[in-house]
Ligand binder design. Structure first.
Ligand code: ATP
Length: 517
């Protein structure tokens, strides 16, 4: 675990050193849980968005795009339930003055029991070697049984307070924290305040005060922009059910605990698609979208073992099925995407609050009804993080040296091709520039002539550039260059006129989409 945390720290500093992600307003020492994407980060982020957008909008005849504003009429958030219920339970430690999410403290405690149990099992596995029967050990070891009982008890109490009939039982939560003797990691004390609810939406004012300003919110999710435009899109696009509306955009949440770099941010970006279906068919579509989205992730080639579904047993009151796609990050399996069957809750609520009829007239059956909705919702930044975590490697080379390399899928890499003259003389730079000028029309290229060739390769490995070409003396004679592959480091000689096709085949989003189809 400690080793994994070290790797994560290295990834965070690599992101800064190589222009992927910077703390926001860095010269002022940053702003909590807000980040900026640098010269390489923005390219990779755009590629991720392109992969998502094209797989949704371009590859599906019945899915169209939308770009709704961040500011929305304040009633939107009343109707959606966010004003009343988009809360996290928070608790302060009086000694350290640090604020925590009470539910996270309890979930961490459950995870601690799980870790202790796994440690016992691993110890026994080492002790008994080949003769070890894991199932038997788990069901008979008094130590494991005791831990399991404590864990299950805690889990049961936690479920009870979270699902209390009148909303989360805040006093019950505090009692659990006290009974479990959970301490503040900073002060080490149990001097806790009561648990309070905290709304995660950022507020601001619209209009000058003199004209009568009113409070509006920065949207905490992009989905509501889609729901309020359902009628506009359905009518003007003459859309027939089932159909989807996709959107990429910023969302804002005043997260209490901002941890794990770009995993939990206060300003982040979502890629959401709401798929409108006939009532009664929603669970079938939920299943279809679960599989479609998993395929999209696995298509990047990171290995199926790094993904899992986490089906929710506790459903929001409006949902009738929900699952998360989790990815194996250095800090455990974590949610990257949520897939929810949201019934007709949102459209009905907006119909109620706006007084407008929000329905679909079904020409096949001559009936009108409120469509049901399947939502797929993925965070761009979390996706970005999962790609980086999987790609990062400190590789020991046969000659004893190490190199830091990002094995990014070529289609997501910020720079696709680096072009180097071997030396700065004999007309090599001019020839390399000529190739650069030709190829930059097709993909993102980089020209570099500074430093030894080995150093230039390393710099490109560190930003995950899949190909480098070197122009040498022979190039001037026969119009060939060496093409170096980032992962294998193998070099082959290729004719300049074939370069575009060779590289293009590997680096375009189309190559990913074709694999998906
Ligand atoms: P979590 O339980 O981790 O807070 P959530 O269940 O509230 O996430 P959703 O409301 O389902 O998340 O949002 C959909 C997606 O948006 C998430 O799967 C995640 O990828 C992304 N997301 C949500 N909150 C954040 C955040 N604070 N920072 C970055 N991405 C986020």
């Amino acid at each position: 675990m400690a080793q994994q945390e070290d790797v994560f720290k290295k990834i965070v500093s690599h992101c800064k050193e190589y222009g992927f992600v910077f703390p926001s307003s860095d010269i002022y020492d940053g702003l909590g849980a807000v980040y900026d994407y640098g010269q390489n980060g923005v390219e990779m982020k755009n590629n991720i968005k392109k992969y998502w957008w094209e797989s949704m909008v371009q590859m599906h005849e019945n899915i169209v795009g939308l770009d709704a504003a961040i500011f929305m009429h304040p009633t939107t958030w009343k109707a959606s339930g966010h004003v009343d219920a988009f809360n996290d339970p928070l608790i302060d430690n009086r000694d350290s003055k640090k604020r925590y999410r009470a539910d996270v403290l309890i979930e961490d405690q459950i995870a601690k029991y799980d870790e202790k149990i796994e440690k016992e099992v691993e110890k026994a596995r080492k002790r008994f070697k080949e003769s070890f029967d894991e199932a038997q050990y788990r069901s008979t070891s008094p130590k494991v049984q005791e831990l399991q009982e404590k864990r299950d008890n805690l889990h049961r109490r936690y479920q009870e307070v979270m699902n209390a009939p009148g909303g989360i039982d805040l006093e019950g939560m505090k009692q659990i924290i006290l009974d479990e003797e959970i301490v503040c990691p900073i002060s080490g004390t149990r001097n806790w305040t009561d648990v309070r609810q905290f709304n995660l939406m950022f507020k601001t004012e619209i209009g000058a005060a003199a004209e009568g300003s009113s409070t509006i919110y920065l949207r905490p999710e992009t989905a509501q922009g889609i729901f309020v435009n359902y009628l506009n899109v359905q009518k003007t696009g003459r859309m027939k059910l089932p159909f989807g509306i996709a959107q990429i955009g910023k969302a804002f949440r005043n997260e209490i605990v901002a941890r794990q770099f770009i995993f939990r941010m206060r300003e982040f970006e979502q890629m959401e698609m709401q798929f409108f279906v006939k009532p009664g068919t929603e669970l079938q579509w939920f299943e279809t979208w679960k599989q479609t989205r998993m395929k999209w992730h696995q298509n990047l080639g990171f290995g199926a073992e790094n993904y899992r579904f986490h089906d929710h047993d506790k459903l929001a009151h409006y949902a009738n099925a929900a699952t998360d796609i989790e990815f194996h990050m250095p800090f455990g399996f974590k949610e990257v995407e949520g897939i929810h069957s949201r019934t007709n809750f949102d459209l009905s609520q907006h119909a109620k609050y706006s007084g407008k009829k929000i329905e679909y007239f079904d020409p096949d059956t001559n009936e009108s009804y409120t469509p049901y909705v399947i939502e797929t919702s993925i965070g761009v930044d979390r996706m970005f993080l999962s790609v980086l975590c999987h790609a990062y490697e400190e590789q020991l080379l046969p000659d004893g040296q190490t190199r830091t390399v990002l094995h990014l899928p070529a289609a997501l890499a910020p720079v696709k091709l680096a072009i180097f003259p071997l030396t700065k003389k004999d007309g090599l730079p001019e020839k390399a520039q000529e190739i650069f000028n030709d190829l930059r029309f097709y993909f993102n290229c980089k020209y570099e002539e500074k430093d030894q060739i080995g150093k230039r390769y390393r710099r490109m490995d560190a930003i995950g550039c899949p190909y480098c070409i070197t122009v040498d003396q022979q190039t001037l004679e026969d119009n060939t260059v060496t093409l170096r592959d980032r992962d294998t480091m193998e070099q082959t000689r290729v004719v300049i006129s074939e370069l575009q096709q060779i590289v293009d085949e590997k680096v375009t989003i189309t190559s990913l989409l074709k694999k998906l189809a």
